[in-house]
Write a new protein. Structure first.
Length: 126
């Protein structure tokens, strides 16, 4: 039976701690996007107070403030493969957080009940 020197075990333990710490801290670095729908016929999507027009591909935390029981907040990408996610429901009011992995393409955010009146677009690039 071979015995590993204590120094090698210490290096392995430290490496493991660094890898675990990096994995756990990844969620703390997920950028937050704020979506607001209602109370009237309004919908908006912002990051750091500015309207979202372009984002890099990756994971984002959508913080949705749904201020109306007759609206919802939906995001969608049509091509190359359709992705549609309802981030809040029509009867729901309140705040909700959802993490979404955004893929490259043209995205639309909208109220699916009043889509022709309440919508916006942003693009996701690599």
């Amino acid at each position: 039976m071979s015995r590993k020197p204590l120094g090698v075990l210490a290096v392995l333990a430290l490496t493991t701690l660094v890898l675990v710490g990096t994995a756990l801290s990844g969620s703390a670095r997920t950028p937050t996007i704020k979506g607001v729908v209602g109370p009237g016929y309004t919908i908006k999507l912002t990051k750091n107070g500015a309207k979202v027009t372009s984002l890099k591909t990756g994971f984002y935390r959508f913080a949705i403030a749904d201020k109306s029981s007759f609206h919802n907040f939906t995001i969608e990408r049509e091509k190359p493969v359709k992705i549609e996610k309802h981030l809040s429901g029509t009867a729901f009011t309140g705040t909700k957080g959802v993490v979404v992995n955004l893929k490259p393409g043209k995205w639309k955010y909208y109220c699916s009940v009043h889509e022709s009146q309440m919508f916006g677009f942003f693009k996701v690039t690599r």
